[in-house]
Design a protein around this ligand. Sequence first.
Ligand code: NAD
Length: 496
Amino acid sequence: MTLAFDAARALAGLSLPGQAVIDGARVEAASGATFLNVSPRDGRVLNPVASCQAIDVDRAVASARTAFEDGRWRNLGPRQKKTVLFRLADLMARDAEELALLESLDVGKPITDARSVDVPLAINTCRWYAEALDKVYGEVGASPADRLSFATHEPLGVIGAIVPWNFPLHMAMWKVAPALAMGNSVVLKPAEQSPLTALKMGELALEAGLPTGVLNVVPGLGPTAGEALAQHMDVDMIAFTGSGSTGRRLMEASACSNLKRVSLELGGKSPQIVFADCPDLEAAAQAAAWGVFYNQGEVCTAASRLLVEESIRSEFVARVVQIARDMVVGDPLDPATQFGAMVSERQMNTALSFIATAHSQGARRLLGGERIRQDSGGFYVEPTIFDQVAPDSTLAREEIFGPVLGVMSFLGEDEAIQLANDTVYGLAAGLWTTDISRALRCARKLKAGLVWINGWDACDITMPFGGFKQSGFGRDRSLHALHKYADLKSVSVTLR
Ligand code: NAD
C-alpha cells in the first residue's frame, strides 16, 4: 500500500520530456508529427513524443556541423571540456531520482535497478570520459634528423549515435561521452520505445553549458529518423547498438551514401560454462540465473545458454531453477521488484513465440513459460527455463532478448568449447572452474569479446566492451572507445 502511494506521488510530480533537442532548443518535429510513448508497466500511453523526420535530422546535423566547424567545442581546452562534462554528470546526479523513474516507466525495468545500476553507471561513464579526455596522446615517429613526424588523434566531425531501449541512458552515454570527449558533435537517436532519458539528458547538457548544436537529440522511428541519419551525407560516423538486421542496414546505408564509418554493438547468444570443479556452485547458480534474467533477459550479453558438465547437471540446474523461482516479479515501480515488464507488447510476443517453438522442438520446460500480470495491462513474461535443448534448435541458436534460458550438458572441455563457440555470435562467455590452466586455455579458445572466469559481467568502464563475429565490431568503454571517435593524422615537418 505504502509503495503504491509512493509511486503515485512520484508520478504526479514527474514531467515527461517529449520534444527534440535541436540547435540548443527544445522543439517539436517540423511536421508536428508525434508518436505515442507507451509504458510496458501497464500498457498505457505516457506521452506523445516528437517524431523526427528527415527534415528534423537535417536541421540537427546542420547544427552539429556548424558547431564542429567553428570549433566552439572542439577548440576548447581540455580543462574547459572537462568542466562541462563534469557539470553534466553532476546535473544527472542531481536529477538521478527523476532519471531512474523515467527509465523504469519507459522500459519496464525495476526502479531499484534503474536507481542502482542504470543511472549511476551513466553518470560514472560521463565522469570517466571527462577525466580521460586529456590522457589521449599522439605519437612522434622515428624521423630523420631533418624532419619531425608526428601523428595526432583528430575528431571525426558529426557522430550519429543510434541506441537501443534496454539500457537507454547508459547506452547513450557509452557513445555520447567518448564522442564529445574527443571534440566531436553528436546527433543522438534514442529508440522509439525509450526516448525519455535521452531527451532529459539533452536538456541537462544545455544546462551544463555544452555549446549549442554540440549535442542534438532526435527522437523518432528507426525507419525514418534513424534511416535519415544513417543515409546522411554530412554524418561522419554512425555508432550503433541494436539488432543485427539494423546493423546490416546501417552498413548498406553507409555504402550507398558517404562511406561514413560504422561501429556496431549487436546481439549475442552467450554461453555460461560450469565445470564440475566449479569453485562455488551457489555463486555460479546465482550468476547463471541472474546472468540471463537480469533486466527481464533484455541484455545483449545475457547468458542465455547454460552449459553444465553432465556429472553436476541435475544438482546445479535445480539450484538455478530455485533461484529463478524466488525472483520477485512485479510492478517495476515497487522497490521490492527484481524482475519487471518487457519493453513492449511486441517484445513480449516475440519471447512467447520462442517459448512455443522451444516446446514444439522437444525442449523440456522446467520453469515459467507464460505471460503473467495480464490484469495490469502490462507486458510481463515469467522467468523461463528449458532443459534438454538440442544444439541445433532455435532456442540454442537464436537470440531471444527475453527471459528464456536453455540448458545443455557436456562431457569434457573439448565438447564445452565446441558447444560454446557453435553460434554466429561472439559477445560474451563465462566459465567456472578451479583449474587455472583450464580456465586460461578455455578463455583463449572462446570466440567472444568478453570472457568472465568464475564470475559474470565482472568488469567495468575500464575494460573494452564489444563482440567478435556477428556480435559486431568496434568497442565501447575504456580508452579504446575514444579512438573510435577519432582519425589519425600524420604530420611531417621538414626542418630547414
Ligand atoms: P533495433 O536494431 O530495431 O533498434 C535499435 C535502434 O536502431 C533504435 O534506436 C531504432 O530506432 C534504430 N533503428 C531501427 N531500424 C533502423 C533503420 N532502418 N535505420 C536506422 N536506425 C534504425 O533493435 P532493438 O530490437 O530495438 O534492440 C534489441 C537488439 O539490440 C537486440 O538484438 C540486442 O542484442 C541488441 N543490443 C546489443 C547490445 C550490445 O551492446 N551489443 C546492447 C543492447 C542491445
